[in-house]
Design a binder for this molecule. Structure first.
Ligand SMILES: *Cc1c(COP(=O)(O)O)cnc(C)c1O
Length: 437
């Protein structure tokens, strides 16, 4: 099999996600034969450093021997069983582990298979909670400007991406958006903290007026990923928690992208010392191996459903809910965090990365160079309207997989990246940006 073979057969048969397929007339697909660590290999001896962790899911490298082994053992024990009326060891162990690691009070785990489904579950669970507790009018939601919570219809109703709104607006229920605390939007002379507080004031004004019809605020803690790695001050989360409690509105923390150590703590909410009413995890939870998501919630929410009445129960199911292989991959992932002291190791890796990033962060066309945990982002001043596509292509020629969003480039590498690999990533990115102009 050659690269050309696999590309041709792919285009003939696969409708690729998030892609205008006609674009592939000019921009070739990237065929991947195998992966190892931070590297993806094609069919012809080329390799690419996966600086986006394959859409933000991979944590400990491709084909990690420890996760591979755990899945192989599980495969020979139990591949799958339904979780309605049945239970199994990997789901039990994972729920116990997650509950002990997450902010205190999130003792109930509800599983699904992807991030968007976790969003759907949290929205339904919140509104149904209010219905079960005699407040059926509390059934609309608030999200932040430029938010992203997935692409199914319910998730799109709390996702603020103009392209999606234009295409699917007619199918979507209208919810409210409040200003984003994204530090880049601060006024001249206003600190990220001051700006975050000003935004919290806008949230308060909205809640004062509309709390009686509002079920929940859904938020991406610390980093709004799809907004262009928009980072903000944790004081916003503390204020949001206070306001949600005061106005009887649930706080849903969508940690699908930022959870699992990405921001420097296992969960981003820890940095604001808050506990949400719902915590959503997916993406990195299985180390980037298998589809799995979980909605963690409180005993208060759980008890509102506990009844003899079926209609008061939570009505939601997926065929592969709590799949044992995926749960086992998640357990192996958590084992690595513990065995390798990953959060601490990542702190020194991030410090190293910031040092070698100096030529990039001080580059004359680079703006807003920023870092939270194991995420880096910056805007590039360029006249090219198709900058994202150009950087993607040129970086690939330099052996690096980047996936810029507009004029924002970012790094979200697997945690196993070595110093030598960080050097390579920086040097090749810099050269690519210089080449594009
Ligand atoms: C990726 C993502 C989702 C959706 O997850 P999928 O598995 O792609 O459906 C939701 N919220 C955030 C913050 C995400 O980054």
């Amino acid at each position: 099999m050659t690269n050309a073979d696999i590309i041709g057969r792919s285009l003939a048969n696969i409708w690729h996600p998030c892609t205008q397929m006609k674009l592939h007339e000019q921009l070739p697909l990237v065929p991947v034969r195998r992966g190892a660590g931070v590297w993806l290999y094609d069919f012809e001896q080329n390799r690419y450093l996966d600086a986006v962790s394959s859409w933000w899911v991979n944590l400990f490298g491709h084909c990690n021997p420890r996760i591979n082994q755990a899945i192989k053992e599980q495969l020979d024990t139990l591949e799958h069983v339904m979780l309605a009326g049945f239970t199994h060891e990997p789901a039990v162990l994972l729920s116990e582990r997650l509950s002990s690691l997450a902010p205190a009070g999130l003792g109930h785990c509800f599983y699904a298979s992807d991030g968007a489904s976790a969003t759907e579950i949290a929205l339904k669970m919140s509104a149904h909670y209010w219905r079960n507790t005699g407040k059926p009018d509390k059934c609309s939601f608030i999200s932040l400007q430029n938010s992203y919570h997935g692409e199914t219809l319910g998730a799109l109703s709390v996702t603020d991406v103009p392209l999606f709104k234009a295409a699917y607006g007619a199918l979507i229920r209208q919810n409210a958006t409040v200003p984003s605390p994204d530090s880049r939007l601060a006024e001249q002379g206003e600190s990220p903290e001051e700006y975050a507080l000003r935004c919290a004031g806008r949230l308060e004004a909205y809640l004062q007026q509309h709390h009686a019809g509002t079920a929940a605020l859904i938020i991406e803690p610390l980093i709004q990923g799809a907004a262009g790695m928009a980072m903000y001050h944790p004081v916003y989360l503390r204020k949001a928690r206070e306001l949600c409690s005061r106005y009887e509105v649930h706080l849903i923390a969508d940690e699908i992208a930022v959870g699992m150590g990405r921001t420097g703590t296992l969960f981003a909410c820890e940095q604001a010392e808050i506990c949400p009413d719902f915590l959503l995890l997916s993406k990195g939870i299985t180390g980037g191996y298998l589809p799995l998501s979980v909605v963690m919630t409180t005993d208060t929410v759980y008890q509102a459903y506990y009844s003899n009445d079926v209609g008061r129960g939570f009505l939601h199911s997926h065929s592969y809910t709590g799949n044992p292989l995926a749960c086992r991959a998640a357990l192996a992932t958590l084992d690595i965090f513990a065995a390798d002291n990953t959060l601490e190791t990542n702190r020194s890796k991030a410090a190293y990365m910031n040092r070698v990033a100096a030529p990039l962060s001080s580059h004359e066309r680079v703006r807003n160079f920023r870092n939270t945990g194991m995420v880096w982002a910056f805007e590039v001043e360029t006249a090219h309207t198709d900058f994202a596509q150009r950087l993607f292509s040129v970086a690939l020629e330099h052996g690096v997989l980047l996936r810029p969003m507009g004029k924002t480039a970012y790094f979200m590498p697997p945690y196993v990246i070595s110093e030598q690999e960080m050097d390579f990533l920086m040097a090749q990115t810099l050269e690519s940006i210089n080449k594009i102009g």
